[in-house]
Design a protein around this ligand. Structure first.
Ligand code: ADP
Length: 333
């Protein structure tokens, strides 16, 4: 529990700061009040001195002065005690408040660290799967005394497939991990060109599944980073193809809605269950496709990258999806 000690350290720092302020104020209040008591006393004695002597009064000025001095001392002592009580109260209240304040301050840091740890654990797990496959294939191959050239070729081809999976995964991980946003300069880009470029990159996959595209594009310019935007739409189009049945069609539209530029990608594929919708942008999240005929490769990183690109462009992404009917991804700029 490394956070417990951090809470305590932060609480102690807060309490020390509050107590330093409270004590400084108390010292100043003590000084000012003591001076005020002395000054008030001096004034009183001068008033008595100016009064005509009353023989009926049995106490002398000296006795009066001594009584006043004693009273002043007592007042100062009471002031000190009150200030000590006040500071003790501040100490108790500030300790409780500081603990909650420390918890509240550290909450986002704790969440981000937990997210980072989860990410590292998930990434290691995903990296291990193809590595284990490569290792076991090589081990089995090496143990086989009658391994032919054809078998070796098959083994190497399979290894190559796993290696390309590793490459895809490491590229995706790198994209998610590095903060390249700072280096990007936004320019005017044509959304139409972006969509066409993205479409060209996935055209072969669509062809393989005999998927038709119905594109209704418009020449609209937005401020953004072209290569990131192409990547965003490659992810969305690639998913639309992956999660659609063969011979279906995908619609791609650029439109203006309420002063906002929207890009809609509509597929007629397997759709997404309402219970999966809140999670599909989480890293490594993949909806359970066991009951679907579609077997799709992937690591569940595409939409997290897409979300990051959308956020980079201060845009938003919305999904309407009906299981068994299809999904509509809308990016609003
Ligand atoms: P991947 O596709 O690699 O699994 P993504 O992050 O791109 O990862 O998507 C996360 C999950 O969201 C997918 O596993 C899938 O379950 C769901 N999903 C994304 N796009 C679609 C879509 N167009 N149709 C149906 N499900 C989708």
């Amino acid at each position: 529990m490394p956070f417990k000690s951090t809470y305590l350290k932060l609480t102690t720092s807060y309490v020390l700061i509050i107590m330093a302020i409270s004590l400084s104020f108390s010292i100043v209040i003590h000084r000012i009040s003591s001076a005020e008591i002395d000054r008030g006393l001096g004034r009183q004695i001068n008033i008595y001195r100016g009064m005509p002597i009353n023989p009926a009064l049995s106490i002398s000025f000296e006795q009066l002065e001594a009584a006043r001095l004693k009273q002043a001392e007592e007042s100062k002592k009471r002031l000190t005690i009150n200030l000590i009580y006040f500071n003790l109260l501040i100490l108790i209240l500030s300790s409780v408040a500081s603990y909650f304040l420390a918890k509240w301050t550290l909450k986002p840091i704790k969440e981000s660290m937990e997210g980072q740890n989860r990410f590292t654990a998930d990434a290691s797990h995903e990296l291990r799967t193809p590595l284990t496959a490569i290792r076991s294939e090589i081990e089995v191959g090496l143990r086989d005394k009658k391994l032919t050239i054809a078998d070796s070729r098959k083994l190497l081809t399979s290894n190559l497939e796993e290696i390309s999976k590793l490459e895809t995964l490491s590229k995706a991980l790198l994209k998610l991990a590095n903060g390249e946003e700072g280096l990007i300069k936004f320019k005017e880009v044509s959304l139409e060109e972006v969509i066409i470029e993205a479409y060209e990159k996935v055209a072969k996959l669509a062809e393989a599944k005999k998927i038709e595209f119905d594109n209704q594009l418009a020449d609209i310019q937005i401020s953004g980073d072209k290569s990131s935007l192409v990547e965003l739409f490659v992810i969305l189009l690639d998913n639309a193809i992956k999660y659609s049945p063969t011979k279906s069609n995908i619609e791609c539209r650029i439109l203006n809605v309420d002063d906002k530029v929207c890009v809609k990608i509509i597929d007629h594929g397997i759709g997404i269950k309402a219970s999966d919708l809140p999670h599909i942008f989480d890293r490594f999240y993949r909806a359970d496709l066991s009951r679907s005929k579609e077997k799709a490769d992937g690591y569940g990183l595409g939409l997290s990258i897409a979300k990051r690109i959308v956020e980079m462009h201060k845009a938003s992404i919305l999904i309407n999806s009906t299981p068994g009917k299809g999904s509509e991804f809308v990016v609003k700029f």
